[in-house]
Design a protein around this ligand. Sequence first.
Ligand SMILES: C[S@@+](CC[C@H](N)C(=O)[O-])C[C@H]1O[C@@H](n2cnc3c(N)ncnc32)[C@H](O)[C@@H]1O
Length: 439
Amino acid sequence: MSDLHDLCSFGSRPVTDAYVAQLSYYLKSGIPSTYTVEEAYNYTHDITEEASTNTTPLHLICTNLPEDLTEDEVAVCNHMVQILFEYGAGWSLIDANNETPGCILIRRKMNHLPIYKQIVEAGVRAELLLRKVGEFDMEVIEDTDDLNHDQFGDAVPDLVETEGTPEDVQKKEVANNTSTEKESEAEEQPKAENEVDDAPDAPSQNQESYLSTKLEYVDNALVTKDRKDGVMMAWETDLMRLGCDSLFKGAEIEQGEIDSEVNILNIGFGMGIIDTMINELKPTKHYICEAHPDVLAKLKKDGWYEKPNVVILEGRWQEQLDELLSSGDVYFNGIYYDTFSEHYHDMLDLFDYVVGLLKPHGVFSFFNGLGADRQVIYEVYKELVEIDLANYGLKCTFKSIEVPASTLKENNKSVWDDVKRSYWSCPVYYHPEARFIDI
Ligand SMILES: C[S@@+](CC[C@H](N)C(=O)[O-])C[C@H]1O[C@@H](n2cnc3c(N)ncnc32)[C@H](O)[C@@H]1O
């Protein structure tokens, strides 16, 4: 531990502005805000190997925040975190317990504190920035060898000097490959013994590979045949009911006035749970877009092709919706999106079609599994999707629903028992409903 780490462990009370002054002093002196306990240890023990975990000052703050903080102390701690972020602290770095700072606050039931909100906001900023960097193909400096580390020298307090100079400020963060749903950054989760790694070409990560993978309908689930990845599971039935109810809200033109033609589009048939609900409500036209051959075979077998009001769009929505939009034949009161093996950037592409195909009073909803295998990431993506939809002129509101306890892995008997990888580990589901802003 260095002096910086000691400071963030709150050895003395009360926590006053002296903490802020000391923290600012260390950071101004050149100690990186992401200087880890592991790096300090390796330095003092002459270990050259890079540590695989990152216990940063922010982790220490979240771990050591006293539970009985006064209001004034909360304000000071919040200020410390603000300063750490100004100096580039990472919101999603993982410590030896596989926890981000936000995970620690959640575990300690301290996520009502403003520090947690700062962490979520830092996550949103980081994601928006990364996207811009990607858009413009900008170079990110990763090799810090040629940066001037001497800045760390004379100015730092004695104890820190003896504890060492961090040579490398690169850190491993939670992978930012958040998917739109039934998979996300699970490689960062502790792996069960029978769990296999998610290579970039694994069906859960890669559409081409998914679409050529055999699927199997088993009790209460649709899974990939070999790996037993959960594509769709019956525990989501209540969430599908919410989705279906939202779609039909878009049938109302004005209060009490129902549209003469109610058209619904569902993207991703899976187990047909939401489509069964939609069809029972007899929309004028019920479009189903589905890409996987095994699921299309199921649609055929179960007679969906013969239903008079059903139109099946065979293929990926990326191609099918393009044709539909160009034809100008149909506009929808409700659009639902729930696919597999797609990522958030796919969903951003979908928004172009949503605004083109939705009637002015229509509703867009989706299975909100964005980042749902880690609660803090789930909350970051809740904010992000709200911002992104607003950029398309859609206001997204969320209803919070408790999910069945059987979806939480810590339970003795869980829905994941026969499934190789889980895609959900949050206690609350945020059900989204988006409408055009001036409606
Ligand atoms: C999670 S399931 C949908 C479950 C459905 N909401 C239900 O209630 O049963 C996802 C479905 O999306 C389909 N899918 C995946 N990518 C797609 C794409 N690009 N276009 C159309 N369908 C896709 C999958 O084959 C799968 O059937």
